[in-house]
Design a protein around this ligand. Structure first.
Ligand SMILES: NC(=O)c1ccc[n+]([C@@H]2O[C@H](COP(=O)([O-])OP(=O)(O)OC[C@H]3O[C@@H](n4cnc5c(N)ncnc54)[C@H](O)[C@@H]3O)[C@@H](O)[C@H]2O)c1
Length: 264
């Protein structure tokens, strides 16, 4: 029971990695505030957690809306008194080659993937974590926060910025006993990646071929890493950018994986 009696916020928890993280943390005693922009998804996840004996509370809101984030955090503090763990997971893919990218697409990707992380971190830190000198934050970036993907200028820029923001806040808030780390998932089977695969099928076949463990991850595998970073098990881990990618980024970009030789 790593999260017994802890107040945990998970953004974008209506699907995929966020839903898996919310359910896992709730199964280990966390009182989980389930955020998503889609109220029906929020209600479904809250219902599922409660039906399994866990504690969950709905917070339907757009994470890129600063006013909504601040009032959401106020409501959480009024109800629960504090936030112990914040998981900034909400994110959107944005595919367009640099020259085809509209200003609206650029701003939306930045707003949802980056601004939201700052809004949530700032609101939760100033309202709860800094005064209490205690808290843990996990930001979900991406392998695209470490290296670029084609036709991904806005997504790549936003995720690189999440990595940079995580490092900067680790320096600012470590002295106040607030731990902050980022997770960089590799290819993981969720709504986001399956929708993207439909538009770029060849690229996904090639990408999966370049994963030394041989397969894309399941949401629960990312959730396990989020739970580790969010729990006291990682009490000395701070400012870490953690790839969970089946070894994808360990491989030199100029090489290909060959079938392994038979073992004697
Ligand atoms: N799936 C992958 O292969 C992969 C790889 C690297 C990084 N990621 C990152 O993991 C995170 C989760 O992605 P996923 O794959 O689970 O996607 P997903 O689409 O399955 O889930 C994302 C959830 O976020 C919600 N959301 C979108 N915009 C929102 C907003 N403005 N406010 C609140 N909620 C919003 C969606 O409604 C959805 O329920 C994202 O930050 C994504 O960039 C995913």
């Amino acid at each position: 029971m790593r999260f017994k009696e802890q107040i945990v916020v998970v953004t974008g928890a209506g699907s995929g990695i966020g839903r898996a993280a919310a359910e896992l943390i709730a199964s280990e005693g966390g009182q989980v505030v389930v955020n998503d922009i889609d109220p029906a998804r929020v209600d479904a996840v809250v219902e599922r957690i409660r039906s399994q004996g866990g504690q969950a509370f709905p917070l339907a809101a757009d994470v890129s809306d600063e006013v909504a984030v601040r009032s959401g955090v106020d409501a959480i503090i009024d109800r629960h008194g504090r936030v112990d763990v914040l998981v900034n997971n909400a994110g959107i893919m944005m595919r367009a080659s640099g020259h085809a990218l509209s200003s609206e697409q650029w701003r939306r990707a930045m707003a949802v993937n980056l601004d939201s992380v700052f809004f949530w971190c700032h609101a939760v830190a100033t309202r709860s974590m800094l005064p209490r000198r205690q808290g843990v934050i996990g930001n979900v970036a991406s392998l695209a926060g470490m290296v670029a993907i084609p036709n991904g200028a806005a997504y790549v820029a936003s995720k690189h910025a999440v990595v940079g923001l995580t490092k900067a806040l680790a320096l600012d808030w470590g002295p106040y006993n607030i731990r902050i780390n980022a997770l960089c998932p590799g290819m993981t089977w969720t709504d986001l990646s399956t929708a993207d695969r439909e538009k770029n099928p060849e690229m996904f076949v090639e990408r999966e071929r370049r994963i030394p463990l041989g397969h894309a991850a399941e949401p629960i595998e990312q959730a396990e890493a989020i739970a580790f970073l969010a729990s006291a098990q990682s009490s000395a881990v701070h400012g870490l950018i953690m790839n969970v990618d089946g070894g994808n980024l360990a491989m030199h970009s100029g090489t290909t994986l060959t079938p392994p030789p038979p073992l004697a």
